[in-house]
Design a protein around this ligand. Structure first.
Ligand SMILES: [Zn+2]
Length: 282
């Protein structure tokens, strides 16, 4: 089928009290396994592009990525969404929307709440005109390599600010900081579920959890029931891509052209387990 709007996919997840999983992808070897396993497991899925992976001389371009996702998604029956991950570059976001992204993240988490609202509203206004949705970020999801980033509650999303933020910014979904962080964790994260419940009670939009590589599954199950409807995974997925290539090359495999197949096989095996976290079956 054609691409489904991320907004509609998140609504399905919200109704089922679970979370759709959004995977950072870069190329055919990542997009194809994600959509193939979503179809096999009858689950919706979202393919995301991180802008840093699509700058000059890098993996892809927003246009090529969007066309890749679209062309693979049209052959499956499950809803597939296309999303631009973390971006704070207004021009880049608008260009990506013109290239086919109908869901984008504007990340103003480094700014004051007032500036974040102002910029998110500006992007939302343009996005609406182009038929796109905007994920915002309130609080700041930092980096797992800096342990304090996941435990510094000053950076966490404040429930008392969340309602006004969502209303004034016009965002369609919001990424929350409740104890997760980007990259591999040095210490097991402990999600602040009470805070999540309070944010969920205060807002009407789907909530997004970033930093999905290494949060214990029992915590995720609770978080998904308590308002997380989009869950972002990148690091562990890419790391598996890398280690698979490394092993393949070290083994001195006779046929180099088997490398992409080996990468896809390994990623599919991982996805078969990871996607089960989304409890919805279509
Ligand atoms: Zn993120």
């Amino acid at each position: 089928m054609a691409l489904e709007k991320v907004r509609d996919i998140l609504k399905l997840a919200d109704e089922a009290r679970t979370s759709v999983i959004a995977f950072n992808c870069t190329d055919y070897n990542t997009v194809k396994p994600v959509i193939t396993i979503a179809e096999e497991l009858r689950k919706p899925v979202i393919c995301m592009l991180y802008p840093e992976h699509a700058r000059d001389k890098h993996w892809t371009t927003p246009y090529i990525f969007a066309e890749t996702v679209k062309s693979i998604a049209k052959d499956v029956k499950v809803p597939v969404g296309l999303h631009l991950d973390h971006c704070s570059d207004f021009d880049y976001i608008v260009a990506a929307m013109r290239d086919g992204f109908d869901s984008v993240m504007y990340d103003g988490s480094m700014l004051s709440v007032e500036e974040n609202i102002k910029n998110t509203r500006e992007i939302t206004r343009v996005a609406r005109a182009l038929g796109a949705d905007v994920e915002a970020e309130l609080g700041r999801v930092g980096f797992a390599s800096t342990v304090t980033d996941q435990s510094d509650t000053d950076m966490y999303t404040k429930p008392e600010v969340a309602a006004a933020f969502c209303e004034q910014s016009g965002c369609s979904s919001v990424a929350v900081a409740i104890g997760s962080a980007h990259g591999f964790y040095k210490e097991t994260p402990h999600l602040d579920i009470q805070r999540l419940k309070a944010i969920n009670a205060a807002t009407d939009v789907p909530l997004v959890l970033h930093g999905g590589s290494g949060i214990p599954n029992d915590q995720l199950e609770i978080a998904f029931r308590e308002g997380i409807n989009k869950f972002n995974v990148g690091t562990e997925f890419f790391y598996l891509y890398y280690t698979t290539m490394q092993k393949f090359c070290q083994a001195g495999h006779p046929d180099f052209f088997d490398l992409p197949l080996e990468v896809q096989d390994q990623l599919m095996e991982y996805l078969r387990t990871k996607m089960q976290l989304c409890t919805m079956t279509l």
